[in-house]
Design a protein around this ligand. Structure first.
Ligand code: ADP
Ligand code: MG
Length: 261
């Protein structure tokens, strides 16, 4: 077949219904303004961005450039002051707090620099926690949590508590937990920030595997070596996107998914 298969990447003016399409996220003229005394601080100042399903993004930029605001917004922890944020075709600007937490539960997974595991719970219980909030309990939850633990290489640590694990293992638990709702998007805030280089690299390999399996990943990092694992590097500056560059396939990715190529 020699038909033109060149993707028409023309700007779609709107996305009536993006679920099931190759677009997961679209920001259109998004502003986030904080009131500081009698001053307005524009943490985000008219951001436009489209994120395709299955792509892997690294967000960087100097302190105060708007990275955390951007990630909080993408993670539906906050709403834009102005503008449109479409997640799976749904405008986040129009949602109530309850709907917002429902969207987080259904569509998003979070990984943090400090892991945020519950110390009293075992590996298996930590991973099963979001399942509980979705009404999945008992043997079903245990079984799913065990599978996820195996997926991140911790199938033999189910009964351990976080304090009995290394930092890298704790981050693997956090990643397994973030995957438990099969999220559309995995959001990671400096996921390797508290890890030594070798451990950080192994976490990046795990994220790379998830990416190869089709997961959409958005990560904040200030480390260029870590950002190089992503397909796209987005640099923030003064509340807006300074640049977006496409990376060559990372060498650690033996089975490159072919996204963006
Ligand atoms: P980064 O994560 O890149 O360091 P932030 O998103 O945290 O940047 O902050 C962007 C800008 O918005 C900064 O000028 C910051 O001071 C301001 N800002 C962030 N959060 C708040 C807030 N809750 N109240 C007031 N100003 C804020
Ligand atoms: Mg920040």
């Amino acid at each position: 077949m020699s038909t033109m298969t060149q993707q028409s990447d023309t700007e779609a003016p709107s996305i009536p219904h993006a679920e099931g399409t190759d677009l997961v996220i679209r920001l259109e003229q998004v502003w986030k303004t904080y009131q500081m005394g009698d001053q307005d601080v524009n943490a985000l100042a008219g951001v436009d961005l489209t994120i395709k399903r299955g792509s892997f993004w690294a967000i960087s930029g100097s302190s105060g450039s708007g990275k955390s605001t951007m990630l909080n917004l993408l993670g539906c922890l906050d709403r834009p002051t102005k503008g449109t944020y479409l997640l799976e075709g749904r405008n986040i600007a129009d949602t109530s707090d309850d709907e917002l937490s429902d969207i987080r539960l259904k569509h998003l997974g979070f990984v943090f620099q400090n892991f945020h595991l519950i110390p009293q719970l075992t590996v298996q219980e930590n991973i099963a926690l979001p399942l509980f909030y979705q009404g999945i309990i008992g043997a079903d939850a245990s079984e799913q949590a065990a599978k996820l633990a195996t997926r991140v290489g911790l199938g033999d640590r189910l009964e351990h508590r976080p304090t009995e694990l290394s930092g890298g293992q704790q981050q693997r638990v956090a990643i397994a937990r973030a995957l438990s709702n099969n999220p559309s998007v995995l959001l990671a805030d400096e996921p390797t920030g508290n890890l030594d280089t070798a451990t950080g690299n192994s976490i990046m390999e795990l994220l790379g595997e998830l990416h190869a399996q089709g997961k959409t990943i958005i990560m904040v990092t200030h480390e260029p070596d870590i950002a190089a694992h992503a397909d796209y590097e987005l640099v923030m500056r003064d509340g807006n996107i300074e640049s977006i560059s496409e990376n060559p396939p990372h060498p650690s990715r033996s089975d490159h998914g072919g996204h963006g190529s």
